[in-house]
Design a protein around this ligand. Structure first.
Ligand code: SF4
Ligand code: SF4
Ligand code: FES
Length: 246
C-alpha cells in the first residue's frame, strides 16, 4: 500500500526589504522574520502573521486575497508575483521579498501601482471613443456583440493591473513613459472593440513609437510573469504588425 509522505513542518526565514521613503530616518535594509509554516499557507497569510505577531509597522497591500484586485504584487525570490496566490510550500525555506520596481514606493512592500496605471490610462486614453455617447438612450435595446468577439474582449479584460509585467520588463525599468504589456494589452482591447471608433492611425499616435510597441524588446518577461496568464506576447506582436502596416 502506498503511503502519502508526511511533510515536515518548516520554519520559514522571511527576509523583507524595509524602507519608508517618507521617513527621513529610514534607510533601505533587510529585516529577517521567522514564521512557522502551516498547511496551505500563502505568502499573504505569512505576512499577516508577521504583522500581527511580530511587527505591526510592516507595510504591504492586499484587498481581495483571491488574485482579483491586483494589490499584492511583490518580488518573491527575485520574481514578480502575487502574495495571495503564492503558496509557501512552493518556495524554499528562505524567502526574500522586495517591492515591485518601476512604481513609486509607498513603504516596504507597498507600491503605488494605481498612480502608474492611472497615468498610463490617461496617456493611452483607455476608454471607448465613440460619437454620441453623451446622448445615449438607456431605454434602447443594447446592440448585440458576436459571442466570439465578446469572448476575445473578455479574455483581454482579465488583466488585474497588478504591475507584475512592468516589474519584469527591461524597457519599463529604463523608460518611465513605456506603456508596458499592460498598456499595450489595453490598446489591443479597445482596437478590437467595434464601439470604439478610433482608427489604426489614431492608435499609432498613441503607441507607434518607442514608448509603445517599438520600445518592446520581445524578451517576454511580461508573459512569463503575468499571474493571469494573459497572451501578452501574441497581443504585442499583433499590435506591432498593425502599427507597421499603418
Ligand atoms: S498584464 Fe498580467 S502582469 Fe500585467 S498588469 Fe495585467 S495581470 Fe498583471
Ligand atoms: S516583451 Fe516587451 S513588454 Fe514584455 S517584458 Fe519584454 S520588453 Fe517588456
Ligand atoms: S490581495 Fe488581491 S490580488 Fe492578492
Amino acid at each position: 500500500m502506498n503511503t502519502i509522505p508526511v511533510r515536515q513542518q518548516r520554519t520559514l526565514n522571511i527576509n523583507v526589504l524595509r524602507h519608508n521613503p517618507h521617513d527621513p530616518e529610514s534607510t533601505p535594509r533587510m529585516q529577517a522574520f521567522e514564521v512557522e509554516e502551516a498547511d496551505a499557507m500563502t505568502l499573504f497569510v505569512a505576512l499577516n502573521l508577521i504583522r500581527e505577531e511580530q511587527d505591526p509597522s510592516l507595510q504591504f497591500d492586499f484587498v481581495c486575497r483571491a488574485g482579483i484586485c491586483g494589490s499584492c504584487g511583490m518580488i518573491i525570490n527575485g520574481r514578480p508575483g502575487l502574495a495571495c496566490r503564492t503558496l509557501t510550500r512552493d518556495l524554499p525555506d528562505t524567502i526574500t521579498l522586495a517591492p515591485l520596481p518601476g512604481f513609486e514606493l509607498i513603504a516596504d512592500l507597498s507600491v503605488n501601482t494605481g498612480k502608474w496605471m492611472r497615468g498610463m490610462a490617461e496617456r493611452l486614453e483607455t476608454w471607448v471613443h465613440a460619437e454620441g455617447l453623451e446622448q445615449l438612450d438607456l431605454d434602447v435595446m443594447e446592440a448585440p456583440m458576436e459571442p466570439a468577439l465578446a469572448q476575445q474582449l473578455y479574455e483581454l479584460e482579465r488583466c488585474i493591473e497588478c504591475g507584475c509585467c512592468i516589474a519584469a520588463c527591461g524597457t519599463a525599468q529604463m523608460r518611465e513613459d513605456f506603456a508596458g504589456a499592460v498598456g499595450l494589452n489595453q490598446i489591443t482591447r479597445f482596437r478590437l472593440d467595434p464601439r470604439d471608433q478610433r482608427s489604426d492611425a489614431d492608435f499609432y499616435q498613441l503607441v507607434g513609437d518607442d514608448s509603445g510597441v517599438f520600445g518592446c524588446m520581445t524578451l517576454l518577461g511580461c508573459e512569463d510573469m503575468c499571474p493571469k496568464d494573459l497572451p501578452l506576447a501574441t497581443q504585442i506582436a499583433f499590435l506591432r504588425r498593425r502599427m507597421v502596416a499603418t
